[in-house]
Write a protein that binds this ligand. Sequence first.
Ligand SMILES: Cc1cc2nc3c(=O)[nH]c(=O)nc-3n(C[C@H](O)[C@H](O)[C@H](O)COP(=O)(O)OP(=O)(O)OC[C@H]3O[C@@H](n4cnc5c(N)ncnc54)[C@H](O)[C@@H]3O)c2cc1C
Length: 511
Amino acid sequence: MLTETSRENGPLRRIAIIGGGAAGWMAAAALARVLGPRGPAITLIESEEIGIVGVGEATIPPIRAFNAMIGLDEDVFVRETKGTFKLGIEFVDWRQRGRRYFHPFGVYGPDFGPTPFEGAWRRLRQVGLGQPLETYSICAQAAAAGRFARPQPGAGPLSQLAYAFHFDAALYAKLLRAHAEAAGVVRREGKVAAVNLRSGDGFVESVTMEDGERIAADLFLDCTGFRALLIGQALESPFENWARWLPNDRAVAVPSANAGPPAPYTRSTAREAGWQWRIPLQHRTGNGYVFSSRHVSEDEATATLLAHLDGEPLAEPRVLRFQAGRRPAGWVKNVVALGLASGFLEPLESTSIHLIQVGIARLLEMLPTRAFEPADARRYNRLMATEFNSVRDFLILHFHATERRDTPYWEQLAGMSVPDSLLERLRIYRATGRVFRESDELFTKTSWLAVLDGQGPEVEGVEPLAEGLPLDQVEARLARIAEATAQAVRRMPAQADFLRAHGQAGAPVPV
Ligand SMILES: Cc1cc2nc3c(=O)[nH]c(=O)nc-3n(C[C@H](O)[C@H](O)[C@H](O)COP(=O)(O)OP(=O)(O)OC[C@H]3O[C@@H](n4cnc5c(N)ncnc54)[C@H](O)[C@@H]3O)c2cc1C
């Protein structure tokens, strides 16, 4: 016979996901897939009247692993979301007006034994030889040429291609919903009117819908976006505001007609009080100006955005308001917040959808029993804090490491004090040009190097490990890498041709 304790320690029987944006449907699809038909019953509640944010259009490479995990074929995904491929981000006017650089996915060249590639490359540059970093990145070179192919193992530089996607966020949510429902998730339309807490321990017992129905569950996922209905409103988990480092708090977004074949990269252009994104999809281009409302008005930002579109606007501009920051406790009692309910860091490096993915992976790793061991939640919150903090530092770098002082916005950001963790990286980089990846943080050495080299600070010394390198050999090797990269790019198809063969919207499904 089961004792009370063993019953409470048993597996979850019911999971309720509140919210049906990217966070809700990603969680639903993943949990249903991993936990299977014998797992807990999963219900997702969403309100069409409230709707979704619907602006998550650019991603980073780990999303490929997420799609594979839920069994979503990549060509089908690209076709159904009218997506394109992304090889990195072009940053325009960030260091100074008139200067650009590219942050590619993937890697630059190989290390020289114990000397990291960047040390050897910089040594060469310091004596006036070698080429800019981008020359050695197949992703940067392919992006510049408008070409795309999937990586080909064993084929030299072609094996180093790494990519993500641009896609229509609303279509992705629809696709995820189809997957989740096919895997047994039950969708309930309607608005949650109240969150009911259990007397005694304050766990969430149920939610009451506007029509009076009560929906109970063991575990609740708060995917209600900025409203944070459960984690913020009902459980009052505090929000840590990061506006002192990331002051942007508004975005105005508008789609426009494509002005040519879509480019296989995102463009981010620094403006007077923020930056503008350009995200090319198959059927339109997504655009937005992310800005600080203390430095520019919504009307001015809208006018700036409309003045800088490549094609005709296809809808009225839409303003979104947000705060940068996160909840240190995203898991409280039996509620786990995912997506915007858990925090938001502006979309400069397309990390929000990734942070949802990480949250889901960590939750699965520490899936609670009905006893809800508090150490699970503590560990989850600690790991998510590390994840958010390292993304935060990487974002702050873009705003702080600039030579721009032409507007009060840039003056303020260039002069701000940054977190100690970032300050340490900047000091190390300035001294020797060294970059590193802290344990398994999201952004790699390539990413840190691309942005530091693209924006500053200037490196003052030499990597000691590169001092004794025979420079003629380094030069010859880098020249070979540059040549092999250029040749490989010439063998790649234009992205438009690749899309025609793999995932063009409206094309028949390959059998
Ligand atoms: C300007 C901007 C640009 C962005 N660009 C990117 C990007 O390029 N890449 C990226 O990765 N991310 C980006 N993001 C973030 C991305 O949009 C979100 O992470 C993603 O859409 C997930 O949102 P969500 O599901 O948490 O919330 P939402 O999309 O807001 O969904 C909330 C859900 O909760 C439901 N809901 C709320 N209250 C109730 C209630 N009372 N009852 C029932 N249902 C309720 C709503 O109906 C909805 O279904 C961007 C965000 C912004 C603001």
